[in-house]
Write a protein that binds this ligand. Sequence first.
Ligand code: KMH
Ligand code: ZN
Length: 275
Amino acid sequence: MEKLIITAAISGAEVTKEMNPAVPYRIPEFVREAKEAYNAGASIIHLHVRYDDGTPTQDKARFKEVMDAIYKECPDVIIQPSTGGAVGMSNDERLQPTELLPEMATLDCGTLNFGGDEIFENTENTIKYFGQRMIEKGIKPELEVFDKSMIDMALRLAKKGFIQNPMHFDFVMGVNGGISGELRDFLFLRNSIPADATYTVAGVGRYEFTLAVAAIIDGGHVRVGLEDNLNIARGVLTKGNGELVEKVVRLAKEFGREIATPADTRRILGLKAKK
Ligand code: KMH
Ligand code: ZN
C-alpha cells in the first residue's frame, strides 16, 4: 500500500481561541502549529490565515508573510492555501493566494449550508473560474467535496477541461449541511471517484479519527487539524495540531502504513516543487 499522506489543517476560518487556545492568529503561532504538525509527520499544511486579532483574511501579503515564516522552519513542507476562505468572501478575494503560485490549493466543488444562516457559496461558474485559474498557474487542486453531488460536479467539469486528471479529492465529512461522517457515507464517496484518483478524508469533530482509521485501512490519506476538530479524545481539548498528527501516526503504525515525507507526497500527487 502507498505511504500515508497526512495533511494538517492548522487554522481554519471559523474556529477561535475561545474554543481552543492553540488556534493560531499571530505569525509565530502559525509557525508553532505548522512546525509541530510537520515534526509529527504532516507533509501538507492546509492554510487559512488571520490577522493578529483573529479575523480571517485571504490577503495575499498576509499569506506570503505566514508562508515565508513557515518555510523558514519547515523548508520542504507543502503549503496548500485555502481558496475557500471564510463564508461571504468574494471569488477574487478568495483566489488571492493563488498569485503566490503554491504547489496546491483547495478547490471547493459545490454550495452548502454551513450552519445557522451561513451559506458557503460555490456556483458552477465559480468552480470553473477557480479550476481554470489553477490550470493556468500550474497549481494542483485538492477538490474539497462536502457531499456526493460535489464529486459528480468535479467529474463533469473535468470532462469539460476545467479540472485535470488524475484528480485528488478531500472528503470533508460531518459539516452541518454536508454529508455525515458515517462509514456508510465514506464508502459511498470513496467508491464514487475514478480509479486513478487519490483522496484524503477530513472528518469533522468526533468523526476525525474514525474516518482516519477508515482511510488508513483503505489506502487513502488523512487530514486532521484544529480547522476540523478541537479535541484529542471525547471531551478533551487537544494541545494543538502536533498532538492530532501524532495520534494519526500512531494509528497508521498499528495498521502498518508508513508515513509519507514531503518528497513522497510530491511523488504520489504528482506535484512540481515550486521552490
Ligand atoms: N472556511 C470554509 C467556509 C477550504 O478551505 O477550501 C471553507 C473551507 C474550505 O474551509
Ligand atoms: Zn479550509
